[in-house]
Structure formats: C-alpha cells, structure tokens
Design a protein. Structure first.
Length: 449
C-alpha cells in the first residue's frame, strides 16, 4: 500500500521557490535537470530541526502510527477470515462424512441442515417421507421423552435420550438409536440477537439392542436350565436319602463326598463325620477292588465284610458305578445289608433240620397218609425207613371211606381179615380192593383225621 502525500502540511521554504502541491511536486522533484542548463552550486534540501516541529509534526506521527496499527489489524482480520473459511470447510466435510445421522434443527423443529447419513436413514426411498422435521419420525411411545430432552437441552445446553425408536417408511421397519442434542447459537446477519438451534446426532443402537436381547434370552434360558438342574439335584437328593440301600459317593482320591441316611444307620456313623473320610474306613475290601473294576462303568463286587464306626463287622453286598467327567472321576458304591438275610437263612436251615428229624420219628405208614380229608388224591412221600417200598401215585376217596368202615368193625374181624391177606402185607402198602359203594361216614372228623 502506497503512503499518502503529506508534504502540503510542511511549512514553505522562504529561500526557495514555492513547491507545487500534489503529485506535480513529486514529479518535479523527481525530474532530472536539462543538459544545457548551467551548472551551479548543488542545492541542498533544508535541514529539519532535531526538536519537535510543533503540533503538526505530532499529528503526522500519530496518523502514521494509526495507519500502521490499521495495517496490522487488517492482516489479523485477513488471517482470521482465512482460518474461519478453512474451519467451515473442514466442518462441512466432517458433517457430511461422519458415520452418524447429524441434523441441525431450529426452535420450531424444522431441519435446517442434515448430512447424507441422516437422509439415507430417515428417507431410504424416494416415496418415503422427506426429512423436513424430526418429531414426525419419533414413535408415539418415545415422543414425550424426546420433547423433554429438547427442553433439557434448551435449559442446560445438552440432552440425551437413549433407545429412541424411529419408524421408517411404510414397510414397518424402524431404527433404534440414542439421540444426543446440543444447543448452539446462530448469529444473525443484521446484527440481531442470535437464534438458538439444536445440533442432533442419532447413534444407531440396533446391533447392540439385538445383542442385548440375545444375551437376555440366553440368560433366561440359562436360569431356566439352572432351575431345572437344581430341581433334578433336589430329586436326586431325595431319591438318595430315601433309598433302602446304603449309597456312598467317593472322588478320585477315594474320599467320601455323599453319605445317605441309610449308610449312616448301617455303619452307625453320622453324615457329617463320614464326609471326607477314606472309603476303607467302612469298606476295606471294596477300596482294593475298585482299582480292578474301573474298566467298565458298572461292576458287582458281591458279598464283602464291612466295618461300622465302632469296629463291628457286617456282611454286605457291594456294587459300584463309575462316572468320568472333566474334573475327575466319581465312584458310587451301593451297599446292601445281608444281616437279615443271613438270619433268615440260618432260621430256615434250622427249621428244615427240625422237619427232617420229625419225619424220622413218625410211624412207618405215616408217609402214605399225607392227604387231607377234603382232597381226592394222596401224595406218597415215604421217609428214609420206607424208601424201598413201592410208591402208589394216587388213592381214591373210596379207600378212605373203606378205612372209616373198617375202623368201626370189631377187633377179631379185623384180625381175621389181616390173616387172610398176603404174607407180605406187613411190608408192602395195601392194595386197592374192588370198588364198592361205601357207606357214608357219620364221624368224619374222628375217623378220617
């Protein structure tokens, strides 16, 4: 920028010719002398005094300083304008390329500006509703929350509404996202008061909501499976506690982990005292047999000797089952008390011996009278004394009536009848006589017994 000519403010030189005012003076001062002009002494410019020249010089200096200050301010303004233009360009680029739906709304819910992402989300097709205002896109269930968020942003400068549903298009699709609102001031061109506007950002939470719903469903399914597992454990515990056999579960170190009430009663030891004890405390033989029975999932060890907590010996029948899992191995031992069975077998053996002894003491013909008066056949079961006799298979009922008739005859008649019979009648069973119609027995309870 050229400096203005202020030479007219200087006082005129009294010794020299008057200076022309304006640009002509500069041209005259700059024009060289003609070549035919006579040479004379060189004219020196007037020397300015070192001191102040009065109020005019002070005014000139002040004007020059103000001019320099204006130039500096112009440079600052030009730099600020350039920076503002570049920032505006960067903001426009960021506003257009950010992967969020950004909108600028005025206080009347009119969309002043929106980026391409917002147009793609809220107006996916040409036939869909244009993005001119935001509230028509908000669902009825979330409209009150969105209005409250705008009021909060108007008062505090910012607001947030989470998981707002925006119905899009006529196909029934929707967008679920978080709405962030910031209040900004837009300056007016005429110098009026700034107009409030709202910068809105919609963050799509559809994938996160779907993932959360899936996690909730999986959590509910897991809780249901845990409840079923808990119920099955309670049922299994009830079955184990109500079992008639002693059930003992041991881990891979043969330490007792389960001890049901039947086992506590059988081994005369409380459950709290038995838990954690080694298996050979109660079943010393079973602990050694478990090492050879792990080739299968189940095994029957048979009859073994068991010990109670006081050291008393018991006869038990033992069977085992093996369960292998990731944490190790669990062995379940089933023990059945054989004390009652042993006593019953001993009692039965004693009764059989007494029965055989009583058979030996019976009369020789007693084995052929094993039938009751009400049956029509007789089971011949001779004792050891008469085992060589012939064994008739059946005896008709008429023979029993004949025996009743004979019992009422005199002794002499019976003796005569016996003498007429065969000599071997004393050592052989009586033969059946020809059939005769027997007389009815008047005292069957005494003669047929």
């Amino acid at each position: 920028m050229s400096r203005p000519d202020l030479s007219f403010l200087l006082p005129p030189d009294p010794d020299g010719p008057p200076r022309p005012a304006g640009p002509a003076a500069e041209g005259a001062a700059a024009a060289p002398a003609p070549p035919d002009a006579p040479a004379g002494p060189a004219r020196r410019p007037p020397e300015r005094p070192a001191g102040p020249q009065g109020p005019v010089a002070a005014l000139i200096a002040e004007l020059r300083a103000y001019q320099a200050e204006l130039e500096v301010q112009n440079k600052v303004l030009r730099y600020s304008q350039t920076a503002a233009e570049s920032a505006s360009e960067r903001f426009e680029t960021l506003f257009a390329s950010v992967p969020l739906a950004l909108m600028v709304l005025d206080e009347h819910d009119m969309v002043v500006q929106a980026n391409s992402m917002a147009h793609r989300w809220f107006q996916p097709g040409e036939a869909d509703r244009p993005l001119t205002s935001l509230m028509p896109f908000v669902s009825a269930a979330d409209a009150d929350r969105v209005r409250a968020t705008f009021a909060e942003a108007q008062e505090h400068g910012h607001g947030e509404a989470s998981e707002v549903v925006f119905p899009i298009g006529s196909a029934g699709s929707s967008i679920t996202g978080d709405l962030y609102i910031a209040r900004i001031e837009a300056p007016q061109e005429g110098g009026g008061p700034p107009q409030p506007q709202f910068l809105c950002a919609v963050v799509d939470q559809g994938p996160l909501v779907a993932e959360r719903l899936a996690l909730q469903q999986s959590a509910e399914a897991l809780q249901q499976r845990n409840a079923q597992l808990y119920d099955s454990e309670r049922r299994l515990e009830a079955v184990i506690n109500s079992a008639l056999d002693a059930i003992i579960c041991v881990d891979q170190h043969q330490r007792i982990t389960v001890f049901n009430p039947t086992a506590a009663a059988l081994f005369q030891c409380s459950t709290a005292d038995a838990l954690g004890s080694p298996l050979d405390r109660f079943l010393p033989d079973a602990a050694q047999a478990l090492a050879f029975a792990q080739l299968a999932t189940q095994a029957v060890l048979g009859e073994m000797l068991a010990l109670t907590a006081s050291g008393k010996e018991l006869a038990v029948e033992v069977s085992v089952s093996f369960e292998r899992h990731a944490e190790g191995e669990t062995t379940t031992v089933f023990a059945r008390d054989l004390t009652g069975r042993k006593k019953a077998e001993a009692h039965r053996t004693e009764l059989e011996a007494q029965l055989r002894e009583s058979h030996k003491r019976c009369r020789p013909w007693a084995p052929w009278r094993a039938a009751s008066p009400t049956t029509s056949t007789t089971s011949w079961a001779p004792s050891s004394a008469t085992s060589s006799w012939p064994r008739p298979t059946a005896r008709p009922a008429r023979l029993r009536w004949k025996a009743c008739t004979r019992s009422r005859r005199p002794a002499a008649a019976r003796a005569t009848s016996c003498a007429r019979s065969s000599p071997s009648a004393a050592t052989s069973p009586p033969s059946a006589p020809p059939y005769r119609s027997p007389r009815p027995c008047t005292t069957p309870s005494t003669c047929c017994a």
